[in-house]
Design a protein around this ligand. Structure first.
Ligand code: ATP
Length: 248
């Protein structure tokens, strides 16, 4: 069986403020049904790559100046946010970004804003999200701003699931979380991938965790892909061990 490419980024360049070239020709592909990790240190260009895909660079004065981005074979480069979500591409931003004054449940429901398939289906998906994140069900009436960092990351992922996406772009899910919570969240991402068929492209500085949960990895350095491969192979690669896993 040949693998279907769901998302394809071809040789993109990104420039900020009309002058700073940050992505210098990045290409990658995300197969349907996979978890793909985008790795690299601080400032390598991971967030920029995700925002280029979801067309969120404009508010940062960034622009894709070269290359193309295809989802299911269709160009998605100029879509507005709601059309992007309707095409099945949803981004979970770094730092969670909950609506602090809304309850957990209200936050989750905002994820369904582009849907027109009726309240019954949306309620069924709310229960689906609560099944993956039982903690959110317990806290459904709490104001999101008063929940823990881990719970806010769960809200952000749950909110993305409420759009019924095909592809989730997940930016630095481990950021600021204790190791045990990182394991828990990656475990849930894996089960969403396996049981709900959602494909993930996740940006992570935590190479160790990302390569245990992902199927494939790309390593970015200064705006270029310097290596890519099956996660199992990258874990054994001497350069990856020395520079990214810190165990050589
Ligand atoms: P991090 O983990 O810190 O988010 P990253 O790999 O996601 O790192 P990016 O945030 O994509 O890296 O940043 C890549 C480069 O682009 C950095 O050198 C950064 O300083 C620069 N950059 C990011 N945003 C802007 C902006 N709005 N204007 C100018 N330069 C920017």
């Amino acid at each position: 069986r040949t693998e279907e490419t769901l998302l394809e980024v071809k040789n993109i360049e990104v420039i900020y403020n009309s002058v700073i070239l940050v992505l210098k020709g990045v290409s990658l592909s995300v197969p349907r049904g996979g978890i793909t990790a985008l790795l690299g240190g601080n400032g390598a260009g991971k967030t920029t790559t995700l925002k280029a895909i979801s067309n969120l660079l404009r508010s940062e004065r960034g622009m894709v100046t070269k290359g193309s981005i295809l989802h299911r074979g269709e160009r998605i480069q100029d879509l507005n946010p709601s059309d992007m979500v309707k095409r099945g591409v949803v981004q979970v931003m770094e730092g969670r970004h909950c609506f602090e004054h809304l309850t957990v449940e209200e936050n989750l429901l905002t994820g369904a804003y582009t849907r027109s398939d009726g309240r019954a289906k949306i309620d069924a998906d709310l229960e689906m999200v609560y099944a993956y994140f039982p903690r959110l069900k317990e806290r459904r009436r709490s104001q999101a701003g008063y929940t823990s960092g881990g719970e806010q990351q769960m809200v952000a992922i749950g909110r993305a699931m409420m759009a019924r996406p095909e592809t989730i772009l997940l930016d630095e899910p481990s950021m600021g979380l204790a190791p045990q919570l990182v394991e828990e969240i990656f475990g849930i991402v894996k089960s969403l991938n396996e049981n709900e068929g959602v494909s993930f492209l996740l940006a992570e500085q935590n190479t160790n965790v990302a390569l245990r949960f992902a199927h494939h990895g790309y390593i970015l350095e200064s705006g270029r892909v310097v290596m890519d491969g099956a996660a199992a192979d990258l874990r054994e690669n001497p350069d990856v061990k020395e520079f990214y896993l810190g165990m050589s």
